[in-house]
Design a binder for this molecule. Sequence first.
Ligand code: SF4
Ligand code: SF4
Ligand code: SF4
Length: 229
Amino acid sequence: MAEYIKVIDVSKCTGCRGCQLACKQWNQMPARQTKNNGTYQNPPDLQWNTWTLIRFQEVADKDGLKWLFRKDGCMHCTDAACVKVCPSGALYHTEYGTVGLNQDKCIGCKECIAACPFDIPRWNRATDRIYKCDLCLSRIQADLNPACVKACPTGALTFGEKKAMTKAAYKRAEELGGNATVYGDKFVDGTHVLYVLPEKVDVYEKLPKKPSVPASIMSRRPSSSGRTS
Ligand code: SF4
Ligand code: SF4
Ligand code: SF4
């Protein structure tokens, strides 16, 4: 089976949050009351019912103030710390190289929260289970694009076969020039979500510079036996 990845071209994102909404809708995640906290960042962080979040950031440079919008969510690591530590097999590698989650198997131990280098899984007290993006596995299996990709009106989100998409991401970074770079293919054996970042990596808040699997779990093997659930 071919590996698939999603590319997030940050330079094309307008911060419309269509992807955030489409993700909630497709996955039937309930809305929750929000409050005006004086910033555009709402909700303030990923949460059990928000698997993808547009992070709003205001930065100053020689041209003045400007906005950066970054879609945050599971990176679908090849060397996935969450899969390595999950004792129940709830987290697993799919046939597409992405990381799936079988919630019926989750025992709420929260090991994956501690292990994830990107701070992604979220726990719901009411269900005692973990939640995160599964890259719309059921849609991929039906030959459909992930819901966020389908909803994006600007072409900032694209999805396809790994090799071609990685090549396209590098071509785009080259077109953008300056500090533009590709983020994701050089650590944790490569992620199945790549960013094209127009600015240097360290400009983006909550984006680890050199994410890695914690040393204490480096040698662990995934508890699930196969690549699929
Ligand atoms: S980003 Fe975190 S939750 Fe997602 S696959 Fe990697 S380790 Fe697992
Ligand atoms: S791939 Fe699916 S689950 Fe993941 S962020 Fe996009 S819409 Fe949500
Ligand atoms: S739908 Fe596209 S343009 Fe809108 S916030 Fe999401 S990634 Fe950005």
